[in-house]
Design a protein around this ligand. Sequence first.
Ligand code: NAP
Length: 510
Amino acid sequence: MNAIIPQSFGPAPTPLIPDSAPFTPAQRAWLNGFLAGLYGGAAAAGNASSAPPPPTAPAEDFPWHDPALELDDRLKLAEGRPLERRLMAAMAQLDCGQCGYVCQSYAEALASGAETSAALCVPGAKATQKALKAMLGEAPAAPKPAAAAPVAKAGRAIRFVSAARLTGEGSAKDVRHVVFDLADSGLTYEPGDSLSLAVENDPALVDAVLAELHATDDALREELLRRRDIARPLDRTLDLLAGVARHAPHAAMLRRLADGEDGAEPGDADLLDLLRAFPSARPPVVDLVASLPALKPRLYSIASSPLACPGRVELCVGVVRDNRRGRLRDGVASCHLAFRASPDAPLTAQMQVSHFRLPADPATPVIMVGPGTGIAPFRAFLQHREAIGAKGRSWLFFGEQRGATDFLFREEIEAWKVKGTLSRLSLAWSRDGATKVYVQHRMQEDAADLWRWLQDGAHFYVCGDASRMAKDVDAALRGIAQSEGGMNADQARDWIVALARQGRYQRDVY
Ligand code: NAP
């Protein structure tokens, strides 16, 4: 019988599967990676007590809960399950919080009738909405009367300090380093957590809506400013407008919009667009307001460590602003922070505890892939590792459009590289050369080293864009398991699933 042999002669060494063991190279690689993870990596040998705890089995299996799977595959995996689980499978599986829930609780709220809008899954977009509507149409949930906007869980007041621009002159992007003073808020956090911020609409946009409605009521203005989402009207608002439209073509177009028909105009309409496009549709203001969804808090991955920034919390925020139909469309929270927030007007916030965590043992190597604003939690991780003097190796993959203007937190990152807090730095500038270079291309170039780090027990983290980057990085990781680990596609998928179950493959994607 083949024994598991020690990798070194030090105390409590990381075991290795011997070459003579009856496993394929892929199985051996997987087992070695598993053992390295369990023992905290080669660098952590001798400290088995600080190895991460074995993963606990989930009470119920949600095999579709993987944002890398396509919608059809997710739905197939949920076939035969109760309605709330099939609805969950239609969500984008990001638990991003933009709907005000996580995927599971949004699905359960829809199935029970506590939530009536099937249009809240922002990353899932139209495809998710259509799938939800089809399932709810087959088994309609008991509708509940339209309630007032839910009162947000009690938050704490924090003080805005600054929102300095991180991107340089000439950049196509406006990315801000947002700093808050936690003062007496009592809020605490750890690297990897997120900040949930209560937001308010642009007062100029609210005033334009009120003007269309010929309304001047202060209480109504307050309701639209702080409690109602006026950027993404729901089907129930479209139905309400269609029902009262005095002009037949207005009613017909509003119904087409409500049905999500391709070509229905104005597409991507906000409330002001609808009021301007359909002047014959004017329901009682109280009904119109009741049809609007609640203005939900926005979640941001925290970009600071409390050890490096005591009493403060810092974010990395991309300002969302585009021009549609002759009007600037502002991201509610990002534009508030960039252009309107003031130290004199406290904001209401809560901490959102995350699963996204550094390894328990600071000697465990970490690989961090965070292009764009995805750098946020990795700045927090690196600040933290510097503060505690972590000995483990760290490797950062960062990418943006141009090196000269878009290297977010450049000075800090370069200083960490010099000091050794950061062992390796791989940069991908997508628009500096004739062809696009992305973070996954850098991973592929260094596939052998990356694979070795993983065999040494490294934890692999991804943060940033969910719909494109995270999928491509996941595919690159599978490719590396195949090219370097000798696995076939199925084995590579199983290996990634096992890595995630060990807590060694973590994603914070949005
Ligand atoms: P970002 O848009 O993710 O861009 C950061 C870097 O990633 C850029 O160099 C970008 O290159 C590159 N990139 C583009 N596609 C990629 C891919 N498939 N794989 C790897 N890298 C890729 O960063 P951000 O401005 O911080 O945006 C973050 C968030 O904004 C996203 O997560 C998303 O929520 C939202 N966003 C979404 C879209 C979308 O179409 N789904 C577009 C922009 C922003 P290039 O820009 O040169 O291609």
